[in-house]
Design a protein around this ligand. Structure first.
Ligand code: SAM
Ligand code: SF4
Length: 329
């Protein structure tokens, strides 16, 4: 279960939450106790892994406290987080103390100016410093750190933004995997919210380019997690390279995700609006026991509503209209 703990963010990534996006009123967002309550019911149903996301999860006060609560929920085995990295250094010790099991850092480019232009407020040095510190803190603890990059055409983006650009390009992101035991994963842009206005680079072409740059690159079959990424190993690199091709790879048949939005709506699939309103149950009538049963039934229904496949390749069929920051990417 991916849990979005806020729709708020300290960045304004153009494809996710550009300037001017309205925020959800705070009273509509679940409290930490409500998240913990849902997690307990989810754990009873057999959900074992939780990813904390947002918006930017680390801007939510009490995020590390929630992670601590989730880690102490019987049945929950792993709690990981996806962050833009801007506040990671500040909260790193708290995340470690809470027992975090994995950290994904989102970073689409190593070009300082383009990063700022793309994210509105981001500072590349801050993110890279946090990444280095996180690597050090996680060393020896078997806490994986991954870097996620949306496969953007950086040159076209720079032109569009009027940003001087001479590289580094997407392939230079692999320097992170060369230097650190960090998997670098490229993720196809999904036509969700503002992402509809941007195109992904073709993963087949990217792979071809990597094979040209690194002829010794080989498929990496070691298990890196539960996700749909396809991994490759480059001799001499500490981390692997992964491709998550949600659109063209269409791994829907093996998708075991459900998403809980910050407003307490549990979604069956990113592509469609179908799901169940858990907040209405939580804040409705009935005893705690009755509400627990109702939440469980609603989560089960959301799982059963999972569609056979998404239809991202034909955006006319997409019924989800919200931005990724609201859904929880
Ligand atoms: N703020 C955190 C972060 O950036 O990691 C967590 C939330 S963010 C919505 C999670 C991930 O979704 C980020 O890696 C972001 O790049 C990605 N994302 C946002 N919009 C997307 C889209 N339309 N297609 C694919 N990935 C997207
Ligand atoms: Fe914020 Fe993450 Fe969306 Fe960027 S991708 S605007 S960091 S929520």
């Amino acid at each position: 279960m991916r849990i979005s703990v806020t729709d708020r963010c300290n960045l304004r990534c153009l494809y996710c939450m550009p300037d001017g996006v309205k925020q959800v009123p705070m009273e509509e967002i679940l409290t930490l106790e409500e998240y913990a309550f849902i997690a307990r019911q989810a754990a009873d149903l057999g959900i074992r892994k939780i990813k904390i996301t947002g918006g930017e999860p680390l801007v939510r006060l009490g995020c590390c406290q929630l992670i601590h609560m989730l880690k102490h929920t019987p049945g929950i085995e792993k709690v990981t987080i996806t962050t833009n990295g801007m506040l990671l250094e500040t909260y790193l010790d708290d995340l470690m103390d809470a027992g975090i099991d994995g950290i994904n850092i989102s970073l689409d480019t190593l070009d300082k100016d383009l990063y700022r232009a793309l994210t509105g407020r981001g500072d590349l040095e801050t993110v890279l410093r946090a990444l280095k510190r996180a690597v050090k803190a996680c060393q020896g603890r078997r806490i994986p750190i991954k870097l996620n990059a949306v496969s953007l055409d950086l040159k076209a983006l720079a032109e569009q933004l009027g940003c001087p650009y001479g590289g580094p390009g997407w392939a230079e992101l692999l320097d992170i995997a060369r230097q650190y035991p960090v998997d670098v994963r490229f993720i196809e842009m999904m036509p969700i919210g503002f992402g509809r206005q941007y195109r992904s680079l073709d993963h087949g072409a990217m792979l071809k380019e990597l094979r040209r740059l690194y002829p010794d690159m080989e498929t990496d079959d070691r298990i890196h997690g539960n996700g749909p990424a396809v991994y490759y190993r480059i001799p001499g690199f500490l981390g692997s390279v992964g491709f998550i091709s949600a659109i063209h790879g269409k791994f829907c048949h093996s998708c075991n995700r459900v998403r809980l939005t910050s407003r307490g709506y549990v979604k069956s699939c990113l592509c469609y609006e179908d799901g169940e309103d858990l907040r209405a149950v939580l804040r409705g009538a009935g005893t705690e026991r009755e509400r627990a049963l109702q939440v469980k039934e609603a989560v089960k229904r959301a799982v059963l509503l999972k569609p056979g496949a998404h239809c991202f390749e034909d955006p006319r069929g997409i019924t989800e209209q919200q931005s990724m920051a609201r859904i929880g990417g």
